[in-house]
Write a protein that binds this ligand. Structure first.
Ligand code: ADP
Ligand code: ADP
Length: 209
C-alpha cells in the first residue's frame, strides 16, 4: 500500500491532473475539498464546522481534516493507497498522514500567483461526475464531460476576494510543507504553467522513478 500527494496552490491543476492520472496509477482521488463540500451540502456536523472557514478562504482545523482522512483510508477502494489532492496542507496534517499511510511521491504543481486568479475565476465542473473545465483554457467540448447528467457547477469560493485569501493561507501555512517533504527525499516539482497534457506527461514520468 502506498499513496501519492498532489501538492500546490489553489487552482494549480491538482484535480485536473488527478482525473488524468487516475487510470495510470489505479489509485482513487481523495480530495479533502470535495469531501468538505459534500459535508457542507449534507449539513453534517463536520460540514457545519467547515463552512465558515471555507467561505473565508481559511483552513479547516487540522483535527477535523485528520479525522476525515482516517475514516476515508479505511474504505475498500483505498486498500492499495490513494492519490491525495489538497491534503496535507499543514505540517501537523503531514505528520498525522505519516502515521496513517506511507507516501511514496509528493508531486508539486508549481504555478505563479499571477496565474492563479484567472484560473480559479474561470473554473467550472460537472456537478455529477466532477470533471473540471475552464472558460478559456479548458472549455467543455462538443463531446461533453463524458457523463450523461452534465450539470454546470461553479464554486461559491471561486471569486477574486476569496482566492487572494486562499493564496495567502497557502503561502503562510501550506508552502512550508515543500521543505518538509524535500527533506524526506520524496518531493518532485513540475512546472504547472504549461499545457495540461505536458504536465501530465511529466507527472507520469515522476511516478515511474
Ligand atoms: P486545483 O485542484 O489545484 O484547485 P483545478 O484542477 O481545479 O485546480 O484547476 C483550476 C482551473 O484551472 C480549472 O478551471 C482548470 O480547468 C484550469 N487548469 C488546470 N490546469 C491548467 C493548465 N495547465 N493550464 C490552464 N488552465 C488549467
Ligand atoms: P483549492 O485547491 O481550489 O483551493 P480545495 O477544494 O482543495 O480548493 O479546498 C477548498 C477549501 O476547503 C479550502 O479553502 C479550505 O477551507 C478547505 N480545505 C480543503 N482541504 C483542506 C485541508 N487539507 N486542510 C484544511 N482545510 C482544507
Amino acid at each position: 500500500m502506498s499513496s501519492i500527494v498532489l501538492f500546490g496552490p489553489p487552482g494549480a491543476g491538482k484535480g485536473t491532473q488527478a482525473e488524468r492520472i487516475m487510470d495510470a496509477t489505479g489509485l482513487p482521488q481523495v480530495s479533502t475539498g470535495d469531501m468538505l463540500r459534500a459535508a457542507v451540502k449534507a449539513g453534517t456536523e463536520t460540514g457545519m464546522v467547515a463552512k465558515g472557514f471555507m467561505e473565508s478562504g481559511q483552513l479547516v482545523p487540522d483535527s477535523v481534516i485528520i479525522d476525515l482522512i482516517k475514516d476515508r483510508i479505511l474504505e475498500d477502494d483505498a486498500k492499495n493507497g490513494v492519490m491525495f489532492d489538497g491534503f496535507p496542507r499543514t505540517i501537523p496534517q503531514a505528520e498525522a498522514l505519516a502515521e496513517i499511510t506511507p507516501v511514496t511521491h509528493v508531486i508539486a504543481i508549481e504555478v505563479p500567483d499571477e496565474r492563479i486568479v484567472e484560473r480559479i475565476c474561470g473554473r467550472y465542473s460537472c456537478a455529477n461526475c466532477g470533471s473540471v473545465f475552464h472558460d478559456l483554457f479548458n472549455p467543455i467540448g462538443d463531446d461533453g464531460c463524458g457523463c450523461e447528467k452534465w450539470q454546470e457547477k461553479r464554486r461559491s469560493d471561486d471569486n477574486e476576494a476569496t482566492v487572494n485569501s486562499r493564496l495567502n493561507t497557502y503561502h503562510e501555512q501550506t508552502s512550508p510543507l515543500a521543505e518538509w517533504y524535500r527533506s524526506k527525499g520524496i518531493f518532485h516539482a513540475v512546472n504547472g504553467d504549461r499545457a495540461i497534457d505536458e504536465i501530465t506527461v511529466d507527472i507520469l514520468a515522476v511516478l515511474e522513478r
